[in-house]
Design a protein around this ligand. Sequence first.
Ligand code: ZN
Length: 416
Amino acid sequence: MSPVTVLEWIVALAIVYVGLPELLGHYLGVGAVRAVKTERQELALTFDDGPGPLTPQILDLLALAEAKATFFMVGRQAERYPDLVRQVQAGGHEVANHSETHAGLWWTGPVATLRQFEQAAAVLASNTHLRPHHLRPPWGQFNLSLWPAASRLEHRVVLWTVNAFDWRQKDTVQAIAGRIAQARPGAIVLLHDAGGDGRQRTVEALKLALPQLRSRGIGLVTVEQLIAHGIPTVPLRMRIWDLWESLYDRLYHVDAMSEDSIFRLQRGVLKDPIDLADGTQLKAGTVYGEIHLKNTALSQMGAIRGLRALRHSLTLLADRLAVEPRWQDIEVFLGTTILGRPAVGLGFTVSPVAEDLGGWWAKTYRNWLMLIYHPQGAHRAGSPEKMQLVFISMSRRVLLERYGHPGEGGGAGDDR
Ligand SMILES: [Zn+2]
């Protein structure tokens, strides 16, 4: 291998391991919390790099202001000041993970990255009897292995909305206090209670900023509370899937139905006959309506709300079927889903997906859905009995009987 190729390899590796993760994670906030959407008048102060000698002063100020905060602690500091870890927890604050030695992740390999947060989590847990739920990489630096490490430790990656720059020597106490006091609801504010000189300025800035926040009516809570009180956001992978669904709908003339329906409907004509599990055969040329789900909407509901929404959508479908001229020739509703069991309860006939139809595509599609909407269950995607992709069908007659409103003119379908 020539020296140039070695260099190229190093550059490529650096881009993949550090460059892209830094861009996505640090700058775009992918797989990280940088702020929380909330309707409450509250925000979260966070203190990094401690605990240290100034931590008690900060705890006193917070107690005086009836404020809670989150302390992203360095494992090594926690080993040095175990009493302070306990004192932070006793004050009702959140203890979070800021790595074992404050290692910059640009220079840390995959195994060491995991170990950094694993060790710190163990040290913190030994003092608080609670495993931390959040981590913040030192300097906000990302590498490719941070996300899997966080997921393995069941930590959320937390960055910040407002950098108070309390570490910057040239900044005055007033400037730092101003940044804290002007933070908006839902913000996560980055401060430091140890590491480096001049932390006394953080204390002085808090003395100015805490009363100002209070007079604005802003409550100070932990990151955990801020997220719990926040409006749940749709994860990026789901937003991408939504985009794909709407593109699909446009390309294949799928009707998105009304806002409160979680079905989308696509009219089609069968090319090949299909044998259903109940013995009926759908002949080639049968006009069908294929039901697609609005997966993101459904995934945001619990099981009970989801089932109610499915039932409601069937009612909406029956109503619309009675009046929609373009759907008058639809004889049967079809779909493929991994939700076989609820489908039976809703009146669908469930048939196994034919091998030739299923095969690679069906398996891939099912695995994608699992990965996007149920990542914890992704490893289960391989066990076919639990998450089998099935073929569901319901005739026009059954739909109108079960979900139609008699007297509103079940219409053309009734005698089919
Ligand atoms: Zn730090």
